[in-house]
Write a protein that binds this ligand. Sequence first.
Ligand SMILES: [Zn+2]
Length: 170
Amino acid sequence: MLYRYVGSCGIARCGSDVRGTPVTAPADAAKWITSAGGSRTPAEVTVTFVVTAEGALLVADRHSEHVACAGGRPVRAAGELCLALEGGRVTVTRVSNQSTGYCPEPETWAVVAAALRAAGLEPPDGFDPRCEFRRCEACGALNLVKCGVFECAGCGADLPCEYNAQTAAE
Ligand SMILES: [Zn+2]
């Protein structure tokens, strides 16, 4: 399944340039970690990532929007990655599906794991945190469901059990 951008930042404002850097081999990830640290290589860096419709893994600075990373295009998965460099070896220490722009389902894990393996990186056991997104049917707000409490943070209405972040009419 492809996830369209459903966040609040207009795609027009974000532009259609793909800002993400492709990661096709561990060396790409290693380069990213060393460049992020400047003179001092950090133990771990967190980056924004998307998996494109073609299955490519793109990463960007964690402060950038997923939609900018993907150039406004639909994605197969999105979230955050923690990468660590130890003795020249890149390890993926944590992966989440936290993207309020695309609201990907926890089921996108298979796509993410496959994209990491294709880049020569060993995926961890699953998403951490494993995010559930729901759109409030009462006020339309997108919610990141916390601690299994299906209640809208905006208006307090109950959130649906079924995933609905992508199905809202545009
Ligand atoms: Zn609401």
